[in-house]
Design a protein around this ligand. Structure first.
Ligand SMILES: Cc1cc2nc3c(=O)[nH]c(=O)nc-3n(C[C@H](O)[C@H](O)[C@H](O)COP(=O)(O)O)c2cc1C
Length: 157
């Protein structure tokens, strides 16, 4: 399928999901797909979507407590009807290394919950995935830094 335009709606705490969204934009630009990023805001207005007519919609956000953050769920619920528009969902999650063994994050229901909402709204979901990024789950562990021997930042390409 050839897409001409794409809109990505993202939420990001420390920038991981924003970074992932910009990677997708870079790939889209190389393929001549014009793309726009929109931050998922607390105060959503129906007029935010007025005049938006993209071929492809993306939702990119962090996993919180093995599911999608409430702000993202609420935003997805308020999206206009998809009418068959294609969509994809990406949840970033906490990838770590413990004793140099890489461990993937656990996105749980994060991606599929948003995908389900999009399907119910009439979107055709073409893909759902989790991406390992550095963890910011500070209530679970100490802060990550490159000096920490047992738990270090995952290598980003
Ligand atoms: C409150 C909170 C809960 C989290 N829960 C999970 C989780 O259940 N599974 C997981 O893999 N990562 C979890 N994380 C880690 C983030 O999803 C991960 O670091 C993400 O890439 C952060 O992206 P952001 O910078 O765009 O917010 C959590 C982080 C926070 C702050």
């Amino acid at each position: 399928m050839y897409y001409r335009s794409m809109a990505i709606y993202f939420m990001s705490g420390i920038g991981n999901s924003f970074r992932a969204a910009t990677w997708m934009m870079e790939i889209a630009n190389k393929r001549d797909i014009s793309s726009k990023l929109h931050q998922i805001s607390r105060y959503y207005k129906k007029s935010d979507f007025a005049g938006e007519s993209n071929d492809l919609l993306g939702m990119v956000f962090p996993t919180h407590g093995f599911t999608a953050p409430w702000r993202v769920i609420r935003y997805a619920l308020r999206l206009p009807n998809g009418r068959g528009k294609h969509a994809f969902v990406v949840a970033t999650r906490a990838g770590t290394r413990i004793a140099s063994i890489p461990f993937p994050g656990l996105e749980g229901t994060a991606g599929y919950l948003i995908a389900l909402i999009l399907i119910l709204k009439g979107y055709i979901v073409r893909g759902v995935m989790g991406i390992d990024m550095p963890s910011n789950w500070m209530s679970l562990h100490w802060g990550l830094n490159l000096q920490t021997p047992s738990l270090s930042l995952i290598e980003l390409r």
